[in-house]
Design a protein around this ligand. Structure first.
Ligand SMILES: C[S@@+](CC[C@H](N)C(=O)[O-])C[C@H]1O[C@@H](n2cnc3c(N)ncnc32)[C@H](O)[C@@H]1O
Length: 232
């Protein structure tokens, strides 16, 4: 989904995002994309940090804990999400990632967690991130792959979601703007307590799809697919 109006409608309020986030558990081997991303922040020891597409501010709040001395600014296109992030005590403002209202070389770490698949112009956004990063700065970008809950989507009557910035194509996109790109791939687990929770997850994306997930009893687990990219 990259249409600005659809993205604005999806993230005008937090309900759908919280429904989706509530099901995620680490991979079977214990690895978790958010924890891997936080480890990158700790290891980089950045002084000036920008998050774009911060959502409700959960990751920004974790950064603030991990790097209490750093200057942290969280941004999102959604006024409601900026309000929720500020309520966590994080400095937050409305900003469009395709047109960052910051000077060149202003940050030494920029984070984009599960948001680059939504921007209307991916290359322009990546060029903006490159511009506001200092030489030697790091770009942390986390995203999903084509097989993300794809089995659930197939059983529900549709297929995988293929986006403009995924585990499959994200590295090539980053290499157009950055010299070095590292990646760590993870298969987190979506754990649904029951059939209704799985349907609620599918419906939360507000895609124009009449989901028809066959009934099942008890809990069920589906695999996600995610990648943590670090570009510099
Ligand atoms: C899937 S949510 C992820 C939110 C948060 N990063 C997280 O991991 O929970 C995508 C976020 O990107 C934001 N977003 C989408 N397009 C944007 C744009 N062009 N500029 C800034 N934020 C954008 C949405 O408002 C939403 O908060």
């Amino acid at each position: 989904m990259t249409d600005r109006d659809e993205v604005r409608a999806q993230y005008a309020t937090e309900g759908n995002l919280l429904t989706r986030q509530s099901v995620w558990q680490p991979a079977e081997d214990g690895r978790d994309p958010t924890e891997i991303a936080l480890a990158v922040v700790r290891a980089s020891a950045p002084a000036d940090i920008l998050e774009i597409g911060c959502g409700t501010g959960a990751f920004a709040a974790r950064i603030a804990q991990a790097r209490p001395g750093a200057a942290l600014l969280a941004t999102d296109q959604s006024p409601r999400f900026v309000e929720l992030t500020a309520a966590r005590g994080v400095e937050a403002r409305v900003a469009d990632a395709t047109e960052l209202p910051f000077e060149d070389d202003a940050f030494d770490l920029v984070a984009a967690m599960w948001m680059l698949y939504h921007v209307p112009d991916l290359d322009r956004t990546l060029a903006e991130v490159r511009r506001v990063l200092r030489p030697g700065g790091r770009f942390l970008a986390v995203t999903n792959g084509d097989e993300h809950v794809a089995d659930l989507r197939r059983e529900g009557g549709d297929g995988p979601v293929v986006t403009q910035f995924s585990s499959q194509n994200g590295e090539d996109a980053l290499r157009r703007h950055f010299d070095v790109v590292r990646r760590e791939d993870v298969r987190p687990r979506a754990v649904f307590p029951d059939h209704a929770a799985a349907v609620a997850y599918l419906e939360s994306s507000r895609e124009d799809i009449a989901w028809d997930l066959p009934a099942f009893e008890g809990p069920r687990t589906y695999l996600g697919e995610g990648t943590v990219f670090v570009a510099s």
